[in-house]
Design a protein around this ligand. Sequence first.
Ligand SMILES: NC(=O)C1=CN([C@@H]2O[C@H](COP(=O)(O)OP(=O)(O)OC[C@H]3O[C@@H](n4cnc5c(N)ncnc54)[C@H](OP(=O)(O)O)[C@@H]3O)[C@@H](O)[C@H]2O)C=CC1
Ligand SMILES: N[C@@H](CC=O)C(=O)O
Length: 370
Amino acid sequence: MARKIQLTLLGCGGVGRQLLRHIVSTRKLHEDQGLRVAVMAVVDSKSIVLGEKNEELDDTALLEICLAKEKNNQMPETGKTFLSTILMDDHATFFLVYPTGRPLVVADCTASEKIGQALAEIADLNCCIVLANKKPLTSSFNVYDRIAALNRRYRCESTVGAALPVIATLNRLLNSGDSIKKIVGALSGTLGFVMSRLEYGESFSDIVRQAKELGYTEPDPRDDLGGMDVARKALIMARLMGWRINLEDVEVECLYPPSLAPKLMSTMQFLKEGLAELDLPMRNRVKEAAARGCVLRYVATIENFHCKVGIVEQPQQSALGQLHGSDNLVEIFTRCYSTSPLVIKGAGAGNDTTAAGVLADVLDLQDYFG
Ligand SMILES: NC(=O)C1=CN([C@@H]2O[C@H](COP(=O)(O)OP(=O)(O)OC[C@H]3O[C@@H](n4cnc5c(N)ncnc54)[C@H](OP(=O)(O)O)[C@@H]3O)[C@@H](O)[C@H]2O)C=CC1
Ligand SMILES: N[C@@H](CC=O)C(=O)O
C-alpha cells in the first residue's frame, strides 16, 4: 500500500499546471518508492475543484484541468466545483484543508498577496505548507510567524532561485551554527536573462517580452523590473536568518519611471506601449558600462541587517559578469566559507524548474504521512 501525500494546489497558472503535469508523469517513479501524491483539490482565483466523494482527482481530471486552464482559463466540468471566493472564509478553509480529515500539504502556486491570511489559518490547523509564492513570507509578521511556526512542516525552496537549493543550504548552515556574514547574488531569472541579452544589442522591450513568453517573469513583469521580486527573495533569506525586517526596509532600484507604474497602466498596456520607453536609456547604460570593460547585473546584497537590490556594473570576466540566460548565482560568505564563498549557480526561473522544486518540497514532507 503506497504512502499517500494528500495535496491541495492553490493556483493553476504556469507553475501550478506544470506541477500537476510533473505529478502525473512521475507516478511510476513514486510508486516504486512506495509513494503517491494524491491531489485532493485544485483552486484558482474563481473556483475550487474537488474529487467526487472527497476522493483524489484522478490523472485524467488533472490533465483535463491543465488543458482547460491553458485553453480558456476556466476550470473544466470535472469533480465538484465551488466558487473560491469562499477561500478566505474560516469554515471553507477548514473544509478545503480537511476534505477527508487526514493530513494535507497545501501548495501555494499563486502570486496572490491576499492568500497570506488564509495560509496563516491553514498553518494554525497544523497542515504542511509549500510555497512558490513569495508574498506570504514577505508580508506582515503576523502571517510570516504563523507559517514559520510550522518549522519543518513548511517548505519554500522555490521562492528563491526556483529549484536551486538555496533555502536548504542556508538552513544547513544556520542549523550547524555557522554564522552568515554576507550573501551576494543575482537572484532574478528575468533580470539575468534581460541583462545578458542586452550585451548582444537586442532591445530591452523585446527581451522582456521574450522573458514573459518563456515563463520567467512574474504575472506582471513590473514586479521583476521594479526590483520587488528580488527584494522579496532577499527578505525571505534575511528573515530566515532571524532578521526582523520588512519589505519597506529593503533598498530597491526600480528600472521603470513612476509614469509606467501599475496604478497608471495595465500589464498589457505596459508590455505593448510603456516598455519601449526604456529601450534607449538601457542601451546607453549598457554602452557606458562596456566602455569600462563591464556588464550590467541586477544584484542583491544582504549584509549587516541591510538588504540592497539594484544594478551593479561587473567586470565582464567576473563570476557575475559571466552569467547567462536565466541563471542565478548566490555567493554565501560565512565563518566556514569566509575567503572563498559557498556558491550556488544554475537556472533560476521557468515553470518547469520551479514546479520541479515545488514537487521536491512536497515529497520532502512524506514523513508526515503514515
Ligand atoms: N515562473 C517562475 O520562474 C517562478 C515563479 N515563482 C512563483 O510562482 C507563483 C506562480 O507563478 P505563475 O504560475 O507564473 O503565475 P500565474 O499568474 O500564471 O498563475 C497564478 C495562479 O494563481 C491563481 N490565483 C490568484 N489569486 C488566487 C487566490 N486568491 N486563490 C487561488 N488562486 C489564485 C490564478 O488564478 P486564475 O487562473 O483564475 O487567474 C492563477 O491560476 C508566483 O508567486 C511566482 O512568483 C517562483 C519561482 C520561479
Ligand atoms: N520572476 C522570477 C521568477 C522566480 O522567482 C524571476 O525572474 O526570477
